[in-house]
Design a protein around this ligand. Structure first.
Ligand SMILES: [Mg+2]
Length: 143
């Protein structure tokens, strides 16, 4: 599932640039944002995003604020929180608010890619179910 469409959000610009390169090498489509506000702006324009990799600690709109907005406006998008040791509590709060999972920074590339693939699979299966439910409603098929 390395065709997943990702939005990577982190205020550490070199981190975002490095991760973007690494993910693109593996054929993921990557959108990058350096703040929570940028992330929301990108989501408004880029409707194909499937998974958001979201830093917890950012100046301005932090990861929890962005997560809440994503879950409210785009409930099917899956979110993976990125956290440091000092912000694990926020990541746990994020999970309660609907984040798919979290990763500790510095994150292992293989672990990140595995979680992105799982999250993408979950989102696609979820969307398929919605399509099926609509079809059943249209065709009147009993479950
Ligand atoms: Mg940060």
């Amino acid at each position: 599932m390395s065709d997943a469409n990702i939005l990577l959000v982190d205020d550490e610009q070199p981190f975002v640039e490095t991760m973007t390169k690494r993910l693109e090498k593996r054929n993921y489509k990557v959108n990058a944002a350096f703040s929570g506000y940028d992330a929301i702006k990108i989501l408004e324009k880029e409707s194909q995003v499937e998974v958001v990799i979201l830093d917890v600690k950012m100046p301005g709109k932090d990861g929890i604020g962005v997560l809440q907005e994503i879950k409210q406006k785009y409930p099917l998008i899956e979110v993976i929180m990125l956290t440091g040791h000092a912000t694990v509590e926020s990541a746990i709060q994020g999970m309660k608010l609907g984040a798919y999972d979290y990763l500790m920074k510095p994150c292992d590339m293989n672990e990140l890619v595995a979680k992105v693939d799982e999250a993408t699979g979950k989102k696609r299966a979820h969307e398929e179910k919605i399509v099926e439910a609509r079809m059943k409603r249209i065709t009147g098929t009993r479950i």
